[in-house]
Design a binder for this molecule. Structure first.
Ligand SMILES: [Zn+2]
Ligand SMILES: [Zn+2]
Length: 273
């Protein structure tokens, strides 16, 4: 009985795996002994076929963004109590004004979405991209609507991060999404010009400075970008700084349409209860 290569954890991350190590060995033991395998998030037993990393209950618990949404960026909006009118979108002003649409599945961090994302990003389970892409295609398929021959472009990782992680989680997401919506994937259209520090602890202003001019379309790719409809794919949309910097590079080379597609979305101050 073989394990699909799509489900194998990246070996580099396996070596330094911490929280996920026990879950990973249980999952592989399940394969070896032909007993039910364990969900890598909650540990519940799962059938051997179809091969999945997480159980249906863990997927169902992912907190899908509530409607009504902002039509442009898909951000949840709370109707005003007085007249039911929708307030101005808190996210739209942060996005590059030329980005015509953005979609995400759920809030992050969140008790039920963070473990799935962490498995993909930090614990070496790149096969998790299929589960996240299922949710992304269900919640945000209209991000490609109306585009002629859209191309999915993953946000590139810095080379040092790529060496450490062994894979780019956004490329795995883009490939899984491409199979679901019938779109091409190109990971050669944008490159990092320099390393950037992790954005996690930075303010919005610092994030913008951190990624300013950090991406470029390689000279030999500029003809391929001209007139292209691009959907940028990343794991999380926080302030939009990274996606905007990628958009800037692509639009500068004549991309005709830019949209953003992510699994997670960070709450802004206006979204906090
Ligand atoms: Zn589970
Ligand atoms: Zn908006």
């Amino acid at each position: 009985m073989g394990v699909s290569p799509e489900l194998k954890p990246g070996w580099r991350s396996t070596l330094r795996g911490t929280v996920g190590a026990a879950a990973r060995s249980a999952w592989h033991a399940g394969l070896a002994l032909a007993v039910p395998r364990a969900c890598i998030v909650c540990g519940a037993a799962m059938p051997l076929r179809p091969a999945r990393l997480v159980c249906g209950a863990c997927v169902t618990r992912v907190p899908v963004l509530p409607k009504p949404w902002c039509a442009r960026c898909g951000h949840p909006l709370q109707p005003r109590a007085a007249d039911g009118a929708l307030p101005d979108c808190p996210l739209c002003p942060l996005l590059d004004s030329r980005c015509t649409r953005a979609r995400s599945v759920c809030w992050v961090p969140h008790l039920h979405s963070t473990p799935l994302l962490a498995a993909l990003k930090y614990q070496g389970w790149w096969g998790m991209a299929d589960t996240l892409a299922d949710l992304m295609a269900r919640a945000g398929r209209d991000v490609v609507a109306g585009l002629r021959n859209p191309v999915l472009v993953p946000v590139p990782l810095a080379p040092s991060r790529l060496r450490e992680r062994g894979y780019n989680q956004s490329l795995h997401l883009a490939r899984a999404l491409g199979r679901r919506v019938g779109a091409r994937v190109r990971d050669d259209l944008i490159a990092r010009t320099r390393a950037t520090v992790s954005q996690t602890q930075l303010t919005p202003v610092e994030r913008r400075a951190n990624v300013h001019n950090a991406f470029v379309v390689p000279a030999q790719r500029s003809a391929a970008v001209r007139g292209l409809s691009v959907v940028l794919v990343d794991d999380v949309l926080t302030t939009g700084a990274t996606l905007n910097a990628c958009a800037e590079a692509l639009l500068g080379q004549g991309a005709s349409d830019i949209r953003y597609w992510t699994f997670g979305r960070a709450r802004s101050d206006a979204d906090r209860p």
